[in-house]
Design a protein around this ligand. Structure first.
Ligand code: ATP
Ligand code: MG
Ligand code: MG
Ligand code: MG
Length: 433
C-alpha cells in the first residue's frame, strides 16, 4: 500500500498510520539514543521522534546531523501525544533530505528587532510572525465574507492617481510618462463613484503615505478596506462598522485559537469586544473628558496616541468619537445640520492603546459647498471635476469608512508594533528586504 503524503494539520486523521510529510527542521535536541525534531510545514508545528533502536543506523546518523531549516520528507507513524499542545507526534522511520541548510542566521537565542527585520524573509518562518500573519489572512478572509453577506460589491480603486485626495504632505510622487502621478493615499473618492453605480461597495488595496514621524502605529505602505454605501446615513454606517469589527473578532476567535495562544492574546478580553453597541462620544464631550482628566488639550486639535488610548480605555471597549472639527477633517465630510464648526465624521478608537482603527464620515452631497471646500483647502479644482460630477447626476446621502488592516491586526493579536502585522513592512527607515 502506498504511503500518503499529507500536511501536518491533517495528521489527526492518520493516527496509527504511516504517512510522509514535507517539512523544515526548526530545532533539534536529543541524546545518543533518541532525537527530537521540531518540525514545521507551513500549516502547523509538531514534533518527530527518531529512536536509534527503531531505525537504520544511516537514518539515525542523518537525524543527528540535521541543521536548522534543512528541508526534507519525513516518513513515520502518527501517534497521539497528550503532553504536547499540538496533541500528535510522528515516530520517524525515514528521512529524505531535500535542501540542505548551513549557518542559518536566526538561532534560538534572542535577536534584536533590527536583526529580525533585516532577516524578515527568513523570520517569516518563525512562530510569532507565522501566527500574526495567519490572523492577517483570517481577517482578510472574514472581510470578504462579511461584505459579501451584507450585499457589497468589491470594487478596486486605482493605485496610481493623478491627483491628491487629501492634500499633498504625505504623498509619494512618481513619474508617469512625463507627468506627475501619486501613489494612492485612499481609495475613498473612487469608492464614492462606485457606490453611485453599485449601491454598496468596498475597496481593498495598498495605500501609501510618506509618514514623516516614527510611531508604533504608522507604516508608509499599508492596506485599507474602504466600504462606501449609497442611501446611508452616518448612524447606519456606524452600525455596519461595529458589526464588521465584531464579526472580525469572532472569526479570529473561532478559527485562530492556536495562533492566539502562540501570541499569548487573552481570548476572553477579545471576546468582550464583540459585545455591541460600542459607545458613541462626541468630540466635544471627548475634549471635556480629557480636560477633566488632566490632559492639556483644546477644542480643535486632533488626538494623539495618549488621548486615543485614554478615551478607549475609559470605556474598556472600542469607542466612536463623532463629529470632529471641520478644520482637521477632509473636504468631503458632511456639514453638521446645525453647527458650522464640526462635520458628520467618526473615528473608531481601539482599547489597550491600539489607537484609531477606523476613520469615516457621511459625505456632503452639495455641489457648490464641495467646490468651495476644495478651493478653501488649496486643491486643484480641475482635478476634482469628475468627483463633483457625482453630485450633479442624482446625488444621494452616502457614508463610508476606512479600516487600516494592520491596525486591526495589532489590536487583535496584541502586537506592540505595526511592523509585525505585514509580511514586509515599509517604514521611514525600512524599504528592504
Ligand atoms: P492617524 O490619525 O492614526 O494618523 P489617519 O486619521 O491619518 O490615522 P485615515 O486617513 O483616517 O488615517 O485612514 C483610515 C485608517 O487607515 C486609519 O483609521 C488607520 O486605521 C489606517 N491608517 C492611517 N494611516 C496609517 C498608517 N500610516 N499606517 C497604517 N495604518 C494607517
Ligand atoms: Mg495620519
Ligand atoms: Mg486620525
Ligand atoms: Mg482618520
Amino acid at each position: 500500500q502506498e504511503i500518503p503524503t499529507i500536511q501536518i494539520t491533517d495528521v489527526k486523521h492518520y493516527v496509527n498510520q504511516t504517512v510522509r510529510i514535507g517539512v523544515w527542521l526548526r530545532q533539534k535536541r536529543g541524546s545518543g539514543k533518541i532525537a527530537f525534531l521540531q518540525l514545521r510545514d507551513g500549516t502547523a508545528f509538531f514534533q518527530g521522534v527518531v529512536v536509534k533502536s527503531d531505525v537504520s543506523e544511516e537514518t539515525f546518523e542523518i537525524a543527528k546531523s540535521l541543521k536548522q531549516e534543512t528541508s526534507m520528507y519525513v516518513t513515520g507513524e502518527i501517534h497521539e501525544d497528550t503532553r504536547s499542545d499540538f496533541g500528535y507526534e510522528m515516530a520517524i522511520s525515514g528521512i529524505e533530505i531535500v535542501g540542505e541548510s548551513h549557518d542559518y542566521p536566526i538561532t534560538p537565542k534572542e535577536h534584536g528587532v533590527d536583526f529580525l527585520m533585516d532577516h524578515r524573509h527568513l523570520y517569516l518562518r518563525h512562530l510569532k510572525p507565522f501566527a500574526t500573519l495567519k490572523i492577517r489572512n483570517e481577517l482578510i478572509r472574514a472581510t470578504y465574507e462579511f461584505f459579501n453577506k451584507e450585499g457589497f460589491t468589491k470594487l478596486d480603486s486605482p493605485i496610481l492617481t493623478g491627483s491628491a485626495p487629501e492634500g499633498t504632505t504625505e504623498l509619494f510622487e512618481t513619474d508617469y510618462f512625463g507627468e506627475s502621478a501619486y501613489l494612492s493615499q485612499t481609495g475613498q473618492l473612487y469608492a464614492e463613484a462606485g457606490a453611485m453605480a453599485f449601491g454598496k461597495v468596498f475597496t481593498f488595496g495598498p495605500t501609501f503615505r510618506a509618514e514623516k514621524s516614527k510611531t508604533r502605529r504608522h507604516l508608509t505602505e499599508f492596506w485599507m478596506i474602504e466600504p462606501e454605501m449609497a442611501f446611508t446615513t452616518q448612524e447606519e454606517s456606524l452600525e455596519v462598522q461595529e458589526r464588521y469589527i465584531s464579526y472580525l473578532i469572532e472569526s479570529v476567535l473561532k478559527n485562530n485559537e492556536q495562533e492566539l495562544d502562540i501570541l499569548g492574546r487573552d481570548k476572553e478580553v477579545l471576546r468582550s469586544y464583540t459585545q455591541l453597541p460600542y459607545p458613541r462620544l462626541s468630540y466635544d464631550d471627548a475634549i471635556q473628558l480629557l480636560q477633566d482628566n488632566g490632559f492639556d488639550v483644546e477644542w480643535g486639535v486632533d488626538f494623539g496616541s495618549p488621548e486615543e488610548t485614554f478615551l478607549a480605555e475609559h470605556f474598556s471597549k472600542p469607542v466612536f468619537i463623532v463629529n470632529f472639527p471641520k478644520e482637521i477633517k477632509a473636504f468631503y465630510m458632511k456639514r453638521h445640520p446645525t453647527r458650522d464648526d464640526v462635520v458628520i465624521s467618526a473615528d473608531l478608537l481601539a482599547p489597550e492603546g491600539y489607537g484609531e482603527i477606523i476613520g469615516g464620515s457621511e459625505r456632503d452631497t452639495d455641489y457648490e459647498y464641495l467646490k468651495t471646500r476644495i478651493e478653501e483647502q488649496g486643491l486643484d479644482l480641475a482635478e476634482y471635476q469628475w468627483y463633483l460630477d457625482l453630485r450633479q447626476y442624482g446625488t444621494v446621502p452616502h457614508s463610508g469608512f476606512g479600516l487600516g488592516l494592520e491596525r486591526m491586526i495589532t489590536f487583535v493579536t496584541g502586537e506592540e508594533h505595526i511592523r509585525e502585522a505585514i509580511p514586509f513592512p515599509r517604514m521611514i527607515s525600512r524599504i528592504r528586504p
